[in-house]
Each structure stands twice: as C-alpha cells, then as structure tokens.
Design a protein around this ligand. Sequence first.
Ligand code: PSU
Ligand code: MN
Length: 303
Amino acid sequence: MNKYLDIAPEVAEALESGRPVVALESTIISHGMPYPQNVETALNVEKIIRENGAVPATIAVIGGRLKAGLSSEEIEYLGKKGQAVAKASRRDLPVLVSRGQDGATTVTTTMIIAHMAGISVFATGGIGGVHRGAETTMDISADLEELSQTPVMVICAGAKSILDLGLTLEYLETKGVPVIGYGTEELPAFYTRRSGFKVDYRIDTPEELAAAFAAARALEMKGGMLVTNPIPEQYSMEKSVIDAAIDRAIAEAKENGIHGKETTPFLLAKVKELTGGDSLDSNIQLVYNNAALAAKTAAALCK
Ligand code: PSU
Ligand code: MN
C-alpha cells in the first residue's frame, strides 16, 4: 500500500472481504455547499450508501495523508473550514502531501485516491468539464483528463450548464470515456433532467452498469466511465430560472476577472445565491439519488 494512504478500518475490511464500497468526494463538502448543510448532506449520503448495502468512503487529504474513509469528526472539520481548505486537484497533491496540509478532493483527486485504495465506484453531484469560452481561456477541468486515465466509475447528475455541455461531450469522446445515461438517452444538466445532448449509451439497471465496467477492466482499458443519472423529477428546477442565474453568474465572473481554480467555486456560489434555497435543495437531492445508485452498482460489481 502507498505510504501516504490511510484506508479507514471499516473500508479496508469491506475491500478485503470483497464487499461493496462507494467513494465520495470532499470538495462538494468544503466548496460546494454552505455549512451546516454540507456536513448534514455528507453524513446523510453515507447513511444512504449503507442503507443500500455498501460501505461509504469519503475521500480527502488531511494533514498530508490521503484518506479513504473519514470519521464524522473529520467530515465536520472539513465542512466547517469550508473554502479555507485548499481545493485539491491532481497538480496539488505533491505539495499538499510534502507539506502535511489539508485538501478537499475534487472528482480528479477522489478518483486517484479511490483507485489507490482499490475502490471502483464513486458518487458525486456534478463533474467539471469544458467551460463556456474555453476556445480562448483553455479552461478545461482536469476531471475529464482523469476520467480518461483512471479506472473508476463516476456517477453524477451530468454537468451544470456553467459548462459548455456540447464541448464537454466532444472532449470525452476524444479521450475515449464512455458516457452512459442512466434510464435516459439524453445527458442530464444537473438541475434539470434534459440538456438536448445525447449520451453514448442508455443503461437501465445497476447490473448492466456493473457489467459494462467489468468488461472495461477485462479489456484492460485504462480509463474510467461516466454515468449520468438525472435528478428525480420532483426536485428538478425550472430551466428558465436556472439558465438566467447561470448567465448572470458567468457575466459576474468575467467582470471580476475570476479565473483558474477559482472559477468553478465562484460560479457555484453565485448560482446558489441567485436562486436562493431552491438550487441547494435540488443539489442535495440529486446527490442522494446518485449515492443510492452507486451503492447498488458497487454491490452488483461484487457479485
Ligand atoms: N461541479 C458541480 N459541483 C461541484 C464541482 C463541480 O456542479 O462541487 C466541484 C467538483 O469537485 C469538481 C470540481 O471535481 O468542482 C471541478 O473543478 P474545476 O472546474 O476547477 O476542475
Ligand atoms: Mn478550471
């Protein structure tokens, strides 16, 4: 095992005995939601994973240690510290580890650490992607690159239209990442069930998701797989409301000269501010929905 990796005892036991484990990210806790809803949500997500027959492993960097599985105290600590914790993508790991610092893991680093620990399935809310205007800014999330090289299944609710969803799909195609729609032929757009863009394949059961992932491993393909699971109808938002908020958030980011790793957290916070509690409620519910699907898929993968 890697000398910087700590696998929580319950997670290690499950992995050793071939029982299902689901990885969870921590940027969604520290940068994606306000305190205390972030901690409450993170703990509920773990509960939902257990109720669906798997062991949760929330992932973060704490004191320079790569953690697969956090205690509720550690989750509370990250949630309370919020934006003061470094947002840790692939390029941040070496210095955070050598300095013994904390980092909230994005989709990228959660995939890296999950794979090191031997965890195959990871549930989150939304992934990073190709930003609108990327043809001049070159702002493309490292999440897409990671999906092309690390064999972890990422279950999300699609991507927010703070991104250019069409270019995000083109990039994933180039990189050889299969994009699956769970029960849908259309890429979901996080707060809404539809985007107007088609996914590569529609799959309707956790068993078939597991079979596709197992086939990728048997074929010795190096990348991951992206599963997009639409937000449940009753929690989805009005498209015009969310689109207006996103347009305004992007305009404000431009006016304020926001760039680099600040862009995504800035846009997420703005959208939340502009839509009030509604978008936060939707955000929480879609994560719960993804957690349940991930637990069932991890269980199917163990059979
Ligand atoms: N998109 C969301 N919610 C999130 C994120 C993205 O709808 O919480 C977070 C995830 O941790 C994701 C990261 O991996 O932002 C992407 O950041 P960037 O665009 O800087 O790569
Ligand atoms: Mn970026």
